[in-house]
Design a protein around this ligand. Structure first.
Ligand code: HEM
Length: 544
């Protein structure tokens, strides 16, 4: 090798090494900035504005303290056992840090800053007046896999198109057509409980958190598939099993990569997911066949569900601005989303409403008197009668206030934005603790932790010191699309049960509200049902 060649190759080697070192340094600097300097800068930025919080710890933020606070709170049941002061148990970290840092404070999910905001005026800005500056937050991949890539997680034009297409299914006149179907499924449940009570000497104990799932599943299956109910039910049964697996996996999210491990449960989930997808694609294919749709529609005319606009039909007939139909894959994801968003939320509302009625016999009696006066003792309530059940409506609102199924929601600042007096940097997450707003004595008065449905006598907007203090279904453009369906189901179910039973908590019931995605009773909700002396005439049970 000649001298210049030798020099050249040495120089090239040095240049490569120097570039690699620079690159490494650059990456290391970026990582150090993301995991250390940026959080410290943000901490200082918020401290200058008077916002403080638990200190940021390298990589983990304050997740360790949060997990410890939550584990500690859920280790013991509510005390006293009849108390509704559930916030310290359910959102233990919020309750603890709020006492130290005030209502607006900063916490860290790993290196991601999350500002908690519980002032209804700021909530108004986030959801209404400055909504353009905030986006919905991306859920954990396990939750996303479960909830589907539908309305809940869509953004921008695609979200707007889907929301516009799907909204008509939830108009009250459309939902009213579901009343006989949902009523029959609740009556069938009541018949089974009545038979079980007869067989066991006069009363029966059931875990309502388990049993109400069938009612909620029936309603969401009807709303999604309408006339294709029978095939849709098969698919949604599988989806129910998938949800059970995934909620187990969700408990293990702290094990990195757990969801990719080929464990027996994971393999079963993957197989179920493929099966659900296949079932939905086949169902959509059949419904898209205009001839069959036409024929089914004609058949449906003589049915009590006649004219119901179901979610699947709305999607099949939808066209975008360029007259393009909705891709099958998007319809599949929406079906999964509706099952996820609609089933457990409503089950939880029904569960807490029944537990509260059992715990408060005075309100149970008042509500029963109203139901008997409006609907009579045994016939299924009609849509017109449901609208007249004011006390039942107040009880449901008070249930949603004290035990909101969705205890919090999260937004992300898309740009640097002003919120009240605060300057919020882009990518800051905002945690809106719905349950904390619902329990705030500053908004609800000194009896904020008491069950007092009478506070809703003048309507939800006037129940508290601020009209936005009650937001169980969220607020603004992304407010819950299924609100009317959930309330209709709940009113109907409560009315049918009050017609037919007296209820009280089982001695086995341990009052322990807790949150795993949604607010649920940690040890189930066993309630004792005693059939009312006025026997309800048997209602024909839908054989399907
Ligand atoms: C008691 C029952 C329910 C409660 C408490 C509830 C609560 C909520 C809340 C708080 C949000 C807003 C989340 C946010 O802004 O981040 C939401 C959104 C949503 N809910 Fe519900 N929900 C219930 C029932 C239902 C039902 C029955 C369905 C479907 C049939 C449904 C479908 C949805 C969907 C699709 C969204 C996303 C809407 C969008 O982003 O445009 N929910 N729900």
């Amino acid at each position: 090798m000649g001298a210049p060649e030798w020099w050249w190759s040495t120089w090239r080697g040095l240049a490569v090494a120097a570039t690699a070192a620079c690159l490494l340094l650059h990456v290391a600097a970026r990582v150090a900035d993301a995991l250390w300097w940026r959080p410290r800068r943000l901490e200082a930025h918020f401290a200058r504005q008077g916002v403080r919080g638990p200190p940021y710890r390298f990589l983990v933020g304050c997740v360790r303290e949060m997990v410890a606070l939550m584990a500690d709170a859920t280790a013991k049941p509510m005390s006293p056992p009849t108390s509704h002061n559930a916030l310290p148990r359910v959102l233990a970290f919020y309750h603890y840090w709020r006492k130290i840092y005030g209502p607006t404070f900063l916490i860290w999910f790993g290196p991601t800053p999350r500002l908690t905001v519980a002032d209804p005026e700021l909530v108004r800005e986030i959801f209404l007046t400055r909504a353009d500056a905030f986006d919905r937050y991306e859920a954990h991949p396990i939750v996303r896999q479960l909830e589907g890539d539908g309305l809940v997680s869509l953004h921008g034009d695609k979200w707007a198109l889907h929301r516009r297409v799907l909204a008509p299914a939830f108009y009250p006149d459309n939902l009213n057509r579901l009343v006989p179907h949902v009523g029959r499924s609740v009556a069938a449940l009541a018949e089974r409980w009545r038979a079980m009570a007869r067989a066991s000497g006069g009363e029966v104990e059931v875990d309502v958190a388990e049993w109400f799932q069938a009612v909620a599943e029936e309603a969401i299956t009807r709303a999604t598939f309408g006339r294709s109910y029978a095939s849709g039910r098969v698919v949604f049964r599988m989806q129910g099993r998938l949800m059970a697996f995934a909620s187990e996996a969700f408990r293990k999210v702290l094990v990195p990569g757990y969801r990719f491990l080929p464990t027996k449960k994971n393999r079963m989930s993957w197989a179920l997911d493929r099966e659900i997808r296949r079932g939905l694609v086949q169902l959509i294919g059949r419904r898209s066949d205009a001839a069959e749709d036409h024929e089914a529609a004609a058949k449906d005319k003589g049915n009590s569900g006649g004219g119901f606009r179901d979610l699947l039909g709305l999607m099949i007939n939808a066209r975008d601005k360029r007259s393009q139909p909705m891709p099958v894959e998007e319809m599949v994801e929406e079906c999964k989303t509706f099952f996820f968003a609609g089933k457990q939320t409503t089950t939880n509302l029904l569960t807490w409403a029944t537990v509260l009625l059992a715990m408060h016999p005075d309100w149970q009696d008042r509500a029963r008197q109203e139901v008997l006066a409006v609907c009579g003792p045994g016939e299924l309530p009609t849509k017109e009668q449901l609208h007249k059940l004011k006390t039942v409506g107040m009880i449901l609102n008070e249930t949603l206030r004290l035990y909101p199924p969705a205890v919090a929601t999260i937004r992300r600042a898309k740009v640097d934005v002003a919120l009240g007096d605060l300057a919020i940097p882009r990518d800051t997450e905002l945690l809106i603790p719905i349950m904390a707003i619902h329990h705030d004595p500053g908004l609800w008065g000194p009896d904020a932790a008491q069950f007092n449905p009478a506070r809703f006598a003048g309507g939800a907007a006037r129940a508290a010191a601020h009209p936005l203090a009650f937001i169980p279904f969220g607020l603004g453009a992304r407010m819950c699309i299924g609100q009317n369906l959930a309330l209709l189901e709940a009113k109907l179910t409560v009315a049918v049960l009050l017609q037919r039973f007296e209820m009280r908590p089982s001695p086995k019931y341990v009052h322990a509200p807790t949150v795993l995605m949604l607010l649920h009773p940690q040890y189930g909700a066993p309630v004792i049902f005693r059939p009312s002396p006025v026997a309800a005439p048997a209602v024909r049970v839908d054989p399907r």
